[in-house]
Design a protein around this ligand. Structure first.
Ligand code: PLP
Length: 366
């Protein structure tokens, strides 16, 4: 049996990311009942801080015991069905979302871009002008390509149609890395999973829902139970969840929120920006390329376009065997043609310097 003292490959993949021993320790608490006062206190304690991270002063933040995809599918089941769904597709996760919508029996259309190309708000406007759509799915940070899409601009387009079109935004790998402005931008659903920048175990998703979206959900039949937004709302009013949540990960979240607010949000954003810059400097010094164009590069991870034809599988092997570091080898159809370096979560200058030195050493040994 292995435990926390067992040597392991330190995760520098873009999720799940490395989890600190302190976080695991915070999770090792006696179990409590999910209908107990203890749970209400736990939820009450984290909720205002979650709202601050989401950038909302009025809307609830829900705890879903599922991975992010649960809420990505759930949002469609709550909001779509009257008109068509427009899915902004530019990478593995966004491409999959249109497939998920169709598997839910919905009429969904892809606004398709090549992987690495950011979503263009003018194209979204052209599609929405047809009047055929009432839900848009949008991925802020396309983790497969390292592109950060223009959320504010796309939100402005969607809101220009009033309350009729729902903007569902995946911030899975950008949440807590850059500021989130749920209220200000007029997003309808914002969601994430805890295994990315929050540096928690997988299995918990967080999301917020606008009043517009609650009103839409009222009109949609077949929302089911497990992801029913109105069920979440009713329970959250009592600081509870519809069903038994993953209480230990919520304890971990409590601990990470303590850390995040002790560091300060601005300092946390600046740290991610700085570490990301260190990775970029290294990439530039090697003459390597980026898949994402300048101005649209993620702050949480970097997707390197393998212009030097590095044997990525071999590089991963050396990193694992000689440096105990798990390196990503590219995702989906860009596997091997790209590889990605994550700098999100609890990383600091020392861990990033260690990573970059290990990469230098491994590249020499190829
Ligand atoms: C990781 C990731 C997901 C998938 O999350 P799961 O937790 O596996 O459901 C979705 N979207 C983005 C952008 C991601 O990075």
């Amino acid at each position: 049996m292995s435990d926390l003292t067992t040597p392991h490959a330190r995760l520098h993949i873009p999720g799940p990311v490395e989890i600190s021993a302190e976080t695991y320790a915070a999770m090792a608490t006696p179990m409590i009942g999910h209908r107990s006062k203890d749970f209400v206190n736990l939820y009450d304690d984290i909720h205002p801080r979650l709202q601050e991270l989401f950038g909302t002063t009025t809307q609830p933040v829900f705890l879903s015991t599922s991975s992010a995809w649960g809420v990505m599918e759930g949002a469609l089941r709550n909001l779509a069905g009257h008109k068509k769904v427009l899915c902004c597709c530019s990478g593995a996760f966004s491409d999959k979302w249109v497939d998920v919508a169709r598997r839910c029996g919905l009429d969904a259309e892809a606004l398709q871009y090549d992987w690495g190309t950011p979503v263009n708000p003018a194209d979204v406007k052209e599609k929405l002008d047809t009047g055929e759509f009432d839900v848009v799915t949008f991925i802020h940070n396309e983790t497969s390509t390292g592109v950060m899409n223009p959320l504010a601009e796309v939100a402005e387009v969607v809101r220009s149609y009033g309350d009729d079109i729902m903007l569902v935004t995946d911030t899975v790998s950008s949440f807590s890395v850059v500021p989130m402005k749920f209220d200000e931008l007029g997003v309808d659903v914002m969601l994430l999973g805890t295994q990315k920048a929050l540096a928690l175990p997988p299995g918990l998703a967080l999301f917020s829902v606008s009043e517009r979206a609650f009103a839409r959900a009222e009109t949609v039949e077949g929302r089911g139970y497990y992801f029913d937004f109105l069920e979440f709302k009713k329970n959250q009013e009592k600081s509870m969840t519809p069903s038994t949540p993953c209480i230990h990960t919520i304890y971990g979240l409590h601990h990470q929120l303590d850390n995040i607010f002790a560091e300060g949000l601005e300092a946390r954003f600046a740290r991610h920006e700085k570490l990301n810059g260190m990775v970029h400097e290294w990439i530039d010094s090697k003459g390597l390329d980026y898949l994402a164009p300048e101005g649209f590069r993620s702050k949480s991870l970097t997707c390197i376009s393998n212009n030097k034809e590095i044997d990525v599988a071999k590089l991963q092997g050396i990193m694992r065997d000689e440096h105990s570091i798990a390196l990503d080898g590219g995702y989906g159809k860009v596997k091997g043609k790209t590889f990605r370096i994550s700098n999100m979560g609890d990383e600091n200058e020392t861990t990033i310097n260690t990573l970059l030195a290990a990469l230098d050493d491994s590249l020499e040994k190829l």
